[in-house]
Design a protein around this ligand. Structure first.
Ligand SMILES: [Fe+2]
Ligand SMILES: [Fe+2]
Length: 183
C-alpha cells in the first residue's frame, strides 16, 4: 500500500480526516486494535453517505487510506516475528491474507470517482472486509497471541510504535501536523 499513487478523481483537499488526532493511548493491544477497527468502519460508513460532498468524501477517504495502511503494515511487522510459532502460523497467515485483500479493495476505491455507485460498492466491500478482519482478530487472533506468547504485554507498545512510524512515512492528500498523529 505504501506509496500508492493518487488516481485522477483524487485531489488535494484543504482538510483531512480527524481520526488520528492526539488522544489517550491505550496500553493493551486489543484496545489499540479495536480502536483502529472501529474508527476505520466509521470512516468507511461516511463514504457511503449519498448526501456527503465530494470534498468530505475525499477527506474521509484520506483518513481511511492513511489509517488502514498504517494499521495493516504495523500488524504485519509485529506479527511477522511469530509466523513460525506453533499454534499461530495459520492465524498469522490469515491476517496477512486479509491485509492483502484490503489493499486490493482500497486500491479499487481510491481509483473510483467519489459519490458514484461504483465508489459506494467499493467502499461497502472494503467495510465488509474490515468488519470481518476486526472480528477475526479480536475474537480469534488476540486470544491466541495472549495464550501463546510470554511477551504479549509488550506487543501493544510494539504495535503503537510501528503504527506511528508507518504514519510518519505516509503521504497524506491533505496537510497533517505530525504531532497530531501520535494517537
Ligand atoms: Fe487489525
Ligand atoms: Fe489485521
Amino acid at each position: 500500500m505504501r506509496g500508492m499513487p493518487l488516481c485522477p478523481p483524487q485531489h488535494t483537499v484543504p482538510t483531512a480526516s480527524q481520526l488520528y488526532l492526539c488522544r489517550y493511548m491505550p496500553t493493551d493491544l486489543l484496545s489499540l486494535l479495536r480502536r483502529d477497527h472501529t474508527d476505520l468502519q466509521k470512516e468507511l460508513t461516511q463514504l457511503l453517505d449519498p448526501t456527503a460532498s465530494v470534498a468530505l468524501l475525499r477527506s474521509s477517504l484520506d483518513g481511511v487510506r492513511l489509517g488502514l495502511t498504517a494499521h495493516a503494515e504495523a500488524e504485519d511487522i509485529v506479527l511477522s516475528r511469530y509466523e513460525s510459532v506453533p499454534g499461530l502460523e495459520m492465524l498469522v497467515a490469515q491476517a496477512r491474507a486479509a491485509h492483502l485483500a484490503q489493499e486490493h479493495a482500497l486500491s479499487a476505491l481510491v481509483c473510483s470517482r467519489p459519490g458514484t455507485v461504483t465508489w459506494r460498492n467499493h467502499a461497502a466491500h472494503l467495510r465488509d472486509l474490515v468488519r470481518y478482519h476486526a472480528l477475526q482478530e479480536e475474537q480469534t487472533l488476540l486470544p491466541a497471541l495472549r495464550a501463546h506468547l510470554a511477551d504479549y504485554p509488550q506487543l501493544a507498545g510494539a504495535f503503537a510504535t510501528e503504527r506511528l512510524r508507518q504514519l510518519a512515512m505516509l503521504q497524506p492528500s491533505a496537510p497533517y501536523v505530525m504531532s497530531q498523529l501520535a494517537g
